[in-house]
Design a protein around this ligand. Structure first.
Ligand SMILES: Nc1nc2c(ncn2[C@@H]2O[C@H](COP(=O)(O)OP(=O)(O)OP(=O)(O)O)[C@@H](O)[C@H]2O)c(=O)[nH]1
Ligand SMILES: [Mg+2]
Length: 230
């Protein structure tokens, strides 16, 4: 298997559509999913680099694994469901702390998925075109989360990470709305993120592997007769 050069991680509550987004992008289709257990990854060739994209489980019982998946990540895609305000709140309350193990210059994208269920109802009914409201919104729910709410969360993340707005990509650029079902903006999301992680990969490669000790390489020193180490 090719060795990944960099890592992108999808985080977010269960059922928001992380696995579906990844399937849509990698396999070009929307298919039935089962709730993820643990985590799984895809490899994506991006220019000369191999990027691993990690799909994580949103279920509370797997929460402890999240920070392990985030270790050294060049980008984290925080995903919510535009029809569930709670799923956005969870990103701040439950998932943000997991990113402490990510790379220091990790970039953050905030993604509101499932816009197909509500997008025609995003704005108040158009009084000049009542037929549009009747036709477009009859089977749809009103969107619970506005992109402005995601932008506010992005700014909170910068505060949490003690980053200056002028040193990072603009909030408007890093808050996306997608539909894994229709494919709306899914390629745009992943490809924007991949372009942004390339400089981070280049820096990580230049700095070499992380300075950690691999205990599997450890060989105990031979003891001499006097009890000292050779
Ligand atoms: N209408 C609609 N349904 C979606 C969309 N994305 C995902 N779903 C559905 O939402 C449900 C959950 O999707 P998953 O991709 O399994 O969600 P997940 O975030 O991976 O969930 P966990 O693995 O439990 O963390 C499934 O029934 C999907 O078919 C979307 O864009 N639109
Ligand atoms: Mg999943």
């Amino acid at each position: 298997m090719k060795k990944p050069d960099g890592k992108v991680v999808l985080l977010g509550d269960m059922n928001v559509g992380k696995t579906s987004l990844l399937h849509r992008y990698m396999e070009r289709r929307f298919q039935d999913t089962v709730s993820t257990v643990g985590g799984a990854f895809y490899l994506k060739q991006w220019g000369p680099y191999n990027i691993s994209i990690w799909d994580t489980a949103g279920r509370e019982q797997f929460h402890g694994l999240g920070s392990m998946y985030c270790r050294g990540a060049a980008a984290v895609i925080l995903t919510y469901d535009v029809n569930s305000l709670q799923s956005l709140v969870e990103l701040e309350d439950r998932f943000l702390a997991l990113t402490d193990s990510a790379s220091a210059d990790c970039i953050f994208a905030i993604v509101g998925n499932k816009v197909d269920l509500s997008d025609d109802c995003a704005s108040p009914p158009d009084e000049h075109r009542p037929e549009k409201a009747a036709a477009g919104c009859s089977s749809k729910v009103r969107k619970q989360v506005r992109v402005e709410d995601a932008i506010a969360l992005y700014k909170k993340i910068l505060k949490y990470k003690m980053l200056d707005e002028k040193d990072v990509p603009a909030a408007e650029k890093m808050c996306f709305e997608t539909s894994a079902k229709t494919g709306y903006k899914v390629d745009y999301l992943f490809e924007t993120v991949f372009d942004m992680v390339v400089p981070i990969i280049v820096r990580q490669k230049a700095e070499g592997p992380p300075q950690t000790v691999d205990i599997t390489d450890y060989k105990p020193a031979k003891r001499t007769k006097s009890g000292c180490c050779a």
